[in-house]
Ligand binder design. Structure first.
Ligand SMILES: *Cc1c(COP(=O)(O)O)cnc(C)c1O
Length: 386
């Protein structure tokens, strides 16, 4: 149920951003003030204090909510802050079911922060949806999933898992960071909450760390609003402005990310020295059919395994020149990284092996540079390994 029926291309530029009433500024003003004057005690005009609410943040929250087709948006100082704020809806003794191939920092929150506070998490490969059903106990309070997964780019069926969660009265949270609302809209498929690391595609320029939650569930929205203010992990107005600015080109950027990544994935799949390419847009990908049903494009992320062990992938990564060796993803610039050494190092080796993150796995975030230049870079780095 879209709250605003205009197309996503239009919403990305206009939602939540009417010309400002005081000066008619066309672009959203950056309101840095931490506090707001009251006409009489306890009667604020609109805002009181910038932790509780801020005009620039409110514009961003409205825009994100519109893009995800949700009624309420909440911005945070990072994706992890958004996640932990949401997880504070839980209490000691509660149980969570999570996908088994989640962002390393999300796994760490479940394993090292929630667990000592008495909240247990069961990690399941949600490709088999009956496993989600089997993992539900009397104490389960939340189902958490990420699709496409990171770094293996497995897909989970949001509609089916949402139906199972709904049948048990459990909220389903979908981390939509890898797809962005341009390619996947979890609320329309039955999810209760969408979570984002806006650090990635949403901002898209690798110059902000931020996060967001979007929901149409009134009770949950009220609780999240309370927790956002009580915990205070909120973004600065400057960062909100930058994310709003990045959002305006999200539709255009995503179209190009998908186009270039599809092209490179197909070429990599036939390249010498490459054992396997994980890209849901490839017909050879086990979740290709689900990708076509659930997503409006397979995304800008590719992971691949090279022949040999850790050494060839180290050499490959060191040889890249346009792809920068760095963590993170979703920016205009292409990045490459080694999950086992970098982003997923906080996941114990035996867990990594179980979910299939091998030591030769390399992850690419395909940026907006010329696709032939990107291919030449990859081809040269592959040749240097042989
Ligand atoms: C980066 C990321 C996060 C965490 O977000 P931060 O902004 O780094 O705190 C969560 N989920 C996914 C899929 C991510 O890529």
């Amino acid at each position: 149920m879209a709250v605003d029926s205009r197309s996503l291309d239009t919403l990305a530029i206009h939602a939540g951003q009417e010309p400002d009433p005081s000066h008619a500024a066309v672009m959203q003003p950056i309101v840095l003030s931490s506090t707001f004057a009251q006409a009489e005690p306890g009667v604020p005009k609109r805002f009181e204090y910038s932790r509780s609410g801020n005009p620039t943040r409110e514009a961003l929250e409205a825009c994100l909510a519109a893009l995800e087709g949700g009624r309420h948006g909440f911005a945070f100082g990072s994706g992890s802050a958004a996640t932990l704020t949401l997880l504070h809806t839980l209490r000691p003794g509660d149980h969570v079911i999570s996908g088994d191939d989640v962002y390393g920092g999300t796994f760490r929150l479940f394993d090292k922060v929630l667990k000592p506070m008495g909240v247990e998490t069961t990690f399941v490969d949600m490709r088999e949806v009956t496993r989600v059903e089997q993992a539900i106990t009397a104490k389960t309070r939340l189902v958490w999933m990420e699709t496409p997964t990171n770094p293996l780019l497995k897909l989970f069926d949001i509609r089916k898992i949402a139906a199972i969660a709904k049948g048990k009265g459990l909220p389903l949270v979908v981390d939509n960071t890898f797809a962005s609302p341009m390619l996947q809209r979890p609320l329309e498929l039955g999810a209760t909450v969408v979570m984002h690391s806006t650090t990635k595609y949403i901002n898209g320029h690798s110059d902000v760390v931020g996060g967001a939650l979007v929901t149409s569930d009134e009770t949950l929205a009220e609780r999240i609003r309370f927790l956002q203010n009580a915990i205070g992990a909120v973004p600065s107005p400057m960062d909100c402005y930058l994310v709003l600015r990045g959002l305006k080109t999200l539709p255009v950027r995503m179209r190009q990310h998908v186009k270039s990544a599809s092209d490179l994935a197909a070429r990599l799949a036939g390249a010498k020295g490459v054992r396997v390419v994980h890209y849901p847009g490839l017909p050879s990908h086990p979740d290709h059919a689900l990708c076509q049903a659930q997503m409006a494009g397979a995304g800008g992320m590719i992971s691949l395994e090279l022949d040999g062990g850790i050494e060839p992938s180290r050499r490959f990564l060191s040889a890249l020149r346009i792809f920068t060796l760095a963590e993170s993803l979703g920016g205009v610039e292409s990045l490459a990284e080694h999950p086992a050494i970098m982003t997923h190092a906080s996941i114990p080796p035996e867990v990594r092996r179980r979910v299939g993150i091998s030591d030769s796995l390399v992850r690419l975030s395909v940026g907006l540079e010329d696709v032939e230049d990107l291919w030449n870079d990859l081809e040269r780095a592959l040749a240097s390994v042989r």
